[in-house]
Write a protein that binds this ligand. Structure first.
Ligand code: TXA
Ligand code: MG
Length: 341
């Protein structure tokens, strides 16, 4: 691939160009409130295939279809189940993807052989304006090369996608920083497939019932296990460094790092801790503040890569509320290596 990539502001003219590309069956990158995405018209199979090619994405990993509002759903979904209605009223537009029965107009390439489709209504004004001007629902995965951390600013998109797509719309830094919460309302029980800014507790409150948590969220699945959400089985967010999460207090963490000084380790730590550790550090957010950690995690993983490879010890985020989303990404970046201190 050697396409000339233009990075331009997401202003009137930029958004207009993006809307034209969408209608013509071309791909481009754009900001959303979660992370940057690579968009293609969800009804054009040939356009959607270009996304897989640009990312080097496995064909069996389905894409999320983005719409402005529920009025765009006919044709894309077979029905809007009652639970989906409740979730839409509570959280949309916003950082939530709802898995629903698939409709006839979605390109096969979006669904990877499943009879369901992931639907999301982004709140970011640029994403919404592109949909409005083009009249198209767009399929979009995160705008990273497959396996790399999701990009949360336009420069990080360029680092991965230069030469692979014609346009990157620069809309500044993403507010949320981790990808949308993915919840399925197909099947007997609602199920959380991927944690995000909308938490498990938020979903249960809106639905008035318990939501099942897919086993793959916090733990490594056994070899050959069946996954209902294919994205969960891939090694994800993998930086070059060998990250190990150390679960314990700051004092225990510092002692462990000092005891392993012969490895010349680096650290991924909380805000304000770098100066106390005496080794190269990247800070990824305030301790106990899941929203702040979510916002900075992916940029921090990329910053680690820019420092080089080697051994990295990471401070452990919580596992509940918004921290579940942070832990879910970090434990994958660490290839599930967690040491209890
Ligand atoms: O915040 C986001 O969701 C971003 C922005 C660009 O909107 N998009 C994103 O897409 O994160 P992607 O492709 O990187 O992640 C989509 C996840 C994958 O884990 C995939 O397996 C799952 O959603 N998914 C999509 N459609 C599905 C379906 N029909 N059934 C089960 N899982 C599905
Ligand atoms: Mg992704």
């Amino acid at each position: 691939m050697n396409i000339k990539t233009v990075l331009r502001p997401a202003d009137e003219a930029g958004v207009d160009q993006a809307a034209q590309l969408l209608r013509r069956g071309e791909i481009f990158a754009l900001p959303t409130e979660t992370v940057y995405g690579i968009a293609a018209d969800a009804r054009q199979g040939a356009a959607v295939r270009k996304i897989f090619e640009a990312k080097g994405r496995p064909q069996d990993n389905p894409l999320i279809v983005h719409v402005a509002g529920p009025e765009m759903l006919p044709g894309l979904v077979a029905e809007v189940p009652e639970r989906a209605q409740l979730l839409i009223s509570a959280f949309c537009p916003g950082p939530l993807t709802i898995i629903m029965p698939r409709g006839p107009e979605v390109a096969d390439e979006c669904c990877a052989g499943l009879d369901t489709v992931g639907i999301r209504m982004p709140s970011h004004p640029v994403a919404r304006e592109v949909i409005r001007r083009s009249g198209c629902a767009f399929a979009a995965p995160s705008a990273n090369l497959s396996g790399r951390p999701s990009p949360t600013n336009a420069q990080d998109v360029l680092a991965d996608m230069d030469g692979r797509l014609p346009l990157i719309l620069d809309g500044g830094e993403c507010a949320v920083g981790v990808e949308s919460t993915v919840v399925s309302v197909v099947g007997p029980k609602p199920t959380l497939f991927r944690p995000g800014h909308i938490t498990l507790e938020d979903l249960e409150r809106a639905l008035g019932e318990e939501v099942e948590v897919s086993a793959a969220i916090l733990e490594k699945l056994p070899e050959g296990a069946v996954v209902r959400s294919p994205g969960m089985k891939y090694k994800h967010y993998a930086p070059k460094a060998d990250i190990t999460i150390l679960d314990g207090s700051f004092e225990q963490f510092r002692a462990y790092v000092q005891a392993h000084a012969d490895q010349n380790p680096g650290c991924l730590c909380f805000t304000g801790e770098a100066s106390q550790l005496g080794v190269p550090c990247v800070e990824y957010g305030r301790e106990g503040d899941g929203a702040d950690q979510a916002k900075h995690l992916f940029r921090s993983l990329r910053a680690l890569d820019e420092q080089g490879d080697g051994v990295v010890y990471a401070r452990c985020p919580g596992r509940d509320g918004l921290s579940m989303a942070v832990y879910n990404r970090l434990v994958r970046a660490a290839a599930f290596r967690v040491v209890q201190l």
